[in-house]
Design a protein around this ligand. Structure first.
Ligand SMILES: NC(=O)c1ccc[n+]([C@@H]2O[C@H](COP(=O)([O-])OP(=O)(O)OC[C@H]3O[C@@H](n4cnc5c(N)ncnc54)[C@H](OP(=O)(O)O)[C@@H]3O)[C@@H](O)[C@H]2O)c1
Length: 359
């Protein structure tokens, strides 16, 4: 079968650098044969995450040429290893889980072999190919209201947002309504966090460096307001907008000075749920935060149990992921460039249609 990989000619051991750009290519690899406890999924669409761009810059650990790229994918079950699985699943649309080796522990991965799909030696499986074999704990049925592209957009960013917002951020799923700030709404995880929190009935605010993205979040995602984190006084602006109320939770992908800034508008005992550190690789935590009982919590990806909960929520609330760009397989390089140059607001999807002569 065909697979999109980092080219075998790439020297992935070169010094990591944003200036690097390892070539990708379509190669032939062996089609998986489902084991007795597996189904075979024919992939229809995949989505990009920042880690795919980092892989081409050697900025991601364990990058391995020849391994199918991408963690996100959806498709249709075409075969199964046992008759009962065949009866139950063949013909159904499914979404592939973006990682393996984390079943249900709420605190952290419960196995030592937790790994994310796509392009690495830690787990030589990715969605960027024609077929992926999955056990029962590696896929879920696709909600009927999602198109293939919307379903492919969901896995990694959706799961990361789900855990950061509800598990670690402790926002209630069924009220009471809380105030939540989501930083850097240009990011894929942040968009999902905003969509989920709005659907769960919370008052959602965002930050961004872009007025267009703030306006887009208000108009398209239903958030209450936004603030430009480049304005020196943005924390004062948040406080003013809350009109005497305080922020309960911050879902943060920026790191750096978020805790010292958030102290101005957070209630005592507020949670900062941090899933990334785009703005700076450490978070300053001062005595003022100690006295305020502020919790700063790390959050990354999520378990298969959380993945199932997320997809159930998406199904019951008829959540629609925001797809920013959609490309055919012929234009996969263009998809990478959009992500590298941060031109997206929402997810970038590549459809694996047969219309392409290369797959
Ligand atoms: N833990 C996980 O499982 C996981 C999964 C995916 C990503 N991540 C991490 O999470 C972070 C975000 O990733 P992503 O792919 O969602 O987004 P991304 O494409 O890396 O975008 C990050 C966004 O951060 C915003 N930003 C930049 N500087 C900022 C600052 N000083 N304050 C607030 N926001 C700032 C920008 O938002 P605007 O464009 O709106 O200005 C930018 O669009 C990265 O660090 C990534 O490595 C973690």
């Amino acid at each position: 079968m065909k697979a999109i990989v980092i080219s075998n000619s790439a020297d992935v051991k070169t010094k990591p650098s944003p200036g690097l750009w390892h070539p990708i290519e379509t190669i032939d690899i062996e089609k998986p044969v489902p084991k007795s406890n597996e189904v075979l999924v024919k992939i229809s669409a995949v989505a990009l995450n920042h880690r795919d761009v980092f892989s081409r810059q050697s900025l991601y650990p364990g990058v391995l040429p020849g391994v199918p790229l991408f963690a996100d994918g959806m498709g249709t079950v075409t075969d199964a290893g046992s008759d009962s699985l065949r009866k139950q699943w063949v013909g159904k649309r499914v979404i592939v889980a973006p990682s393996r080796g984390w079943v249900s522990d709420r605190r952290a991965p419960d196995t030592s072999h937790f790994a994310i799909l796509g392009g690495t030696k830690m787990l030589p499986v990715g969605t960027g190919c024609e077929y992926v074999a999955c056990t029962n704990e590696e896929f879920v049925e696709c909600p009927a209201h999602l198109s293939d592209s919307e379903a492919a957009a969901l896995p990694l960013a959706g799961l990361t947002a789900w855990r950061a917002t509800f598990t670690k951020g402790e926002l209630p799923l069924n009220g009471p309504a809380k105030n939540v700030l989501i930083t850097g709404i240009g990011g894929g995880v942040a968009v999902f966090a905003a969509i989920f929190a709005v659907h769960a009935g919370h008052s959602v605010y965002v930050t961004s460096s872009s007025k267009e993205k703030i306006d887009g979040a208000i108009e398209r995602l239903g958030v209450k307001g936004g603030f430009n984190y480049k304005d020196k006084d943005w924390p004062d602006q948040v406080k003013k907008a809350l009109g005497g109320a305080l922020m309960d939770v911050v879902v943060d992908g920026a790191g750096a000075d978020i805790a010292t800034k958030a102290i101005k508008f957070c209630r005592p005992g507020a949670i900062i749920s941090c899933y990334g550190m785009t703005a700076g690789p450490q978070i300053a935590y001062t005595m003022r935060s100690v006295l305020s009982h502020m919790d700063v919590r790390g959050s990354t990806m999520g378990s298969f149990a959380e993945f199932k909960d997320m997809v159930k929520f998406v199904d019951s609330h008829k959540v629609k992921p925001l797809v920013s760009h959609q490309f055919s397989l012929d234009d996969v390089e263009k998809a990478f460039l959009v992500m590298r140059d941060s031109q997206q607001f929402g997810k970038i999807v590549v459809t694996m249609t047969q219309s392409s002569s290369r797959l």
